[in-house]
Write a protein that binds this ligand. Structure first.
Ligand code: GRF
Length: 234
């Protein structure tokens, strides 16, 4: 039987996407992948508590403390020590050093809370993304999983899912609706990559969701994740 691919999740905050990945992969008997390492961008974040509760090893690599120059070596060291096959950025706010991007080319994914290439790029993160979406007047937003390159939000797109912008939306309400979808598509994309099915999950490939009938998780599931003790809901 094939060994599950060893996944590292990098998070700088609430870690609800991390939780969705752990829920999908870690309890299963023979999953395609397993979360084996969490790298936190700063100490004390909820993602680290989630890792501890799930029994997943975690380390903190805060570039402000160790310095940007040391970050690449420390990160590669941790990824190699834990024999990581796939790296997932889920709310990671620091720039990924070029050496790490190169080492994991084609094996590093990021989740972005909008439909790239719109509303992406430097400075477009967190609630700012949803604010910009609302200010633009578009009626559809969504979530995007894409490969990581050395430029913000520019790697090839693996999966996208639309989310309606509703009348009277606030950035916070839209963020919650998008987050529920993120929790669904990120595990799908990781599973596709881990099972070698990646080509079929490419935009030109055969994986296509029936957007008319597809059910996205109700808000209650994202609220349950956000309500976990210690969650900052970032
Ligand atoms: C998500 O919206 C993700 O798209 C963005 O940061 C947020 C992280 O949320 N990159 P969480 O930490 O997984 O709860």
């Amino acid at each position: 039987m094939r060994e599950p691919k060893r996944v590292a999740v990098l998070s700088s905050g609430g870690g609800t996407n991390l939780q969705a990945l752990i829920a999908r992969f870690n309890p299963a008997p023979a999953p395609a992948a397993r979360v084996e390492l969490v790298i936190g961008g700063r100490a004390g974040i909820a993602a680290l508590q989630r890792a501890a509760r799930a029994g997943v090893p975690a380390v903190v690599l805060d570039a402000r403390e160790i310095g940007v120059d040391a970050l690449a070596a420390r990160m590669l060291d941790e990824l190699e020590r834990h024999r990581i096959d796939i790296v997932v950025l889920a709310g990671w706010l620091q720039l990924i050093p070029l050496e790490v991007v190169r080492r994991y080319e084609g094996r590093m994914l990021n989740i972005h809370p909008a439909l790239l290439p719109a509303f992406g790029g430097k400075g477009m993160y967190g609630i700012r993304v949803h604010r910009a979406v609302l200010e633009s007047g578009v009626r559809v937003s969504g979530a995007t999983v894409h490969h990581v390159t050395d430029r913000y939000d520019e790697g090839s797109i693996v999966l996208q899912w639309p989310v309606p912008v509703l009348p009277g939306d606030t950035p916070e309400a839209l963020a919650l609706r998008v987050l529920a979808v993120e929790h669904r598509i990120l595990p799908l994309a990781v599973e596709a990559l881990a099972s070698g099915d990646h080509a079929s999950a490419s935009p030109a490939g055969e994986v296509c969701f029936d957007l008319l009938t597809a059910r996205v998780p109700p808000d209650s599931s994202v609220r349950a994740l956000l309500a976990e003790p210690g969650s900052t809901g970032e």
